[in-house]
Design a protein around this ligand. Sequence first.
Ligand SMILES: Nc1ncnc2c1ncn2[C@@H]1O[C@H](COP(=O)(O)OP(=O)(O)O)[C@@H](O)[C@H]1O
Length: 227
Amino acid sequence: MDGQTLTKAPVLILLGPPGAGKGTQARILEQSFGLVQLSTGDLLRAAVARGTPAGQQARAVMEAGGLVSDDIVIAILRDRMTEPDCAQGVILDGFPRTTVQAEALDALLAESGQQIDAAISLEVDDAAMVARISGRYTCATCGEGWHDQFKQPKQPGLCDICGGTEMKRRADDTAETVASRLAAYHAQTAPLIGYYDRKGTLSRVDAMGAIEDIAAGLGAIVARAVA
Ligand SMILES: Nc1ncnc2c1ncn2[C@@H]1O[C@H](COP(=O)(O)OP(=O)(O)O)[C@@H](O)[C@H]1O
């Protein structure tokens, strides 16, 4: 944590289509506010890699760019949220993605007298998302995100953050799969913007600019939400 003081453990949600920068921004908020980033995409990829029953069911759906069933994702999220580190506050990246998941999250938080502090919608143009996604990769060691065009390490193939030399690209970051993922977003996840707007917890951020500018906008919203 670098200087921000929290008065309570916040629960924040990042909404936005694939490629909007939810993971990048969640990692920045994690650092600045001492929050724990919970990415259901990362949790599912870990389940796939371990070959758990949930991972085996999720694998084909993820490769096709569809949404994994609510039951599986809610169970995975619930397990992760009960781990002790989450008591310091969480930033949800990629969850909820359906109204059923949003309602399950409300119920889960209500069990411990909590509620969502802010749902932040990263607003972007779909057309730009394909270019963003097809150029992105991460450091296999520390998970830092990089991009062929927008965010290159100082030396190609060498992570500035941890010195790692193995970079990886996601199996579902292909042009065909991105189209399915964007369609799933508009059909099933975009309605959540209205869901949180009606609850009075929604903020919108223009997420087409530079990573640092978007981070500054988000940081201001988070600081207000948790004050
Ligand atoms: N909350 C969720 N509900 C259903 N499926 C999910 C959820 N989170 C992640 N997934 C699955 O994992 C894939 C990757 O998700 P994620 O890492 O969040 O990437 P992106 O936001 O770029 O699509 C999704 O396309 C979907 O198949």
